[in-house]
Write a protein that binds this ligand. Structure first.
Ligand code: ATP
Length: 272
């Protein structure tokens, strides 16, 4: 064999909700220490993928039908969610889910529940979270529900980090955030990764995700349709057009030429 086992290996994963097949034979790899992103539109199956990895699908009425998931070469299949956390995998679900009526510090404490290690390692995890997100130290005694949306997202990420995961699963961390706040979250993800945590990042914000990741997968209606190094995908016409909102330059130039030479179209343009 040789080399390090991947932080996460998903092989031929098929999952769904009753009769709904949300994932079909999905395979992906998060190499040790890497940031990998999964892009896809609404309903592509991104959240289902993370739930299947964290073994929380059944809380949503779903189930894995076939395939395997392993972490550091060890299978996670069939484990209860707390054992997945103990195996070093923490998930930040979509929608900044914090305990709104609990204080910021109690939210963070909740993230450390069930983790191995004594007081000293919990204190070290808390220091790390406070260094990453100083606002969580400043607001320690405040109710989490009173934080801004961006701060709640920081708290959701901070809570997951309290378990000192080797692999962090992030479900659309930039969703609904202003660009500046999304950029701060992106900086934090970069920092978390540089400290040795591998990241599987699910995003609709392809521009942000492709800047952070070394490798990317495109999921469409439950299937992987494209994958490769993030910079190659960022440069591909398909991804630029569909996920980065870049218009096909040749097609745009053709259309401009057609308008210029077409008498009706060009007159219509002049009167706009
Ligand atoms: P979004 O970006 O909108 O969150 P997604 O890529 O995360 O989308 P999923 O939420 O994984 O997509 O949904 C994949 C498919 O599974 C969709 O067809 C969706 O309607 C269906 N689905 C998701 N959650 C459930 C559920 N709890 N019960 C039934 N079907 C569900």
């Amino acid at each position: 064999m040789g080399g390090t086992a991947p932080a996460l290996q998903v092989t031929d994963l098929t999952a769904g909700y009753g009769p709904v097949r949300a994932l079909r034979k999905v395979s992906l790899t998060v190499p040790a220490g890497a940031v990998v992103t999964v892009l896809g539109g609404n309903g592509a199956g991104k959240s289902t993928l993370l739930r299947a990895v964290s073994r929380t699908l059944r809380f949503h009425g779903g189930a894995v039908v076939a395939g395997t998931v392993s972490r550091d070469g060890r299978p996670l299949d069939g484990l209860p969610p707390d054992r997945v956390v103990a195996a070093g995998v923490s998930q930040v679900p979509e929608g900044r889910q914090v305990f709104a009526r609990m204080t910021v510090e109690d939210n963070l404490r909740a993230g450390a529940l069930g983790r191995r290690g004594g007081r000293a390692s919990k204190a070290a995890a808390l220091r790390r979270v406070h260094e990453l997100f100083p606002v969580l130290a400043d607001r320690a005694r405040q109710q989490a529900g009173l934080l801004s949306g961006g701060e709640q997202q920081m708290l959701a990420v901070g809570r997951a980090l309290m378990a000192a995961p080797g692999l962090l699963l992030l479900d659309e961390p930039s969703l609904g955030l202003a660009p500046l706040m999304a950029a701060r979250i992106a900086d934090a993800i970069r920092e978390i990764n540089s400290q040795g945590t591998a990241v599987l990042l699910v995003e609709q914000n392809a521009a942000l995700a492709l800047r952070l990741a070394s490798r990317a997968y495109v999921l469409e209606v439950g299937e992987v349709t494209l994958s490769g190094p993030a910079d190659e995908l960022a440069a591909s016409d398909e991804v630029r057009r569909r996920y980065l909102g870049v218009v096909d330059e040749d097609a745009a130039a053709d259309a401009a030429r057609a308008r210029a030479t077409h008498p009706v179209l060009s007159r219509w343009e002049e009167t706009r």
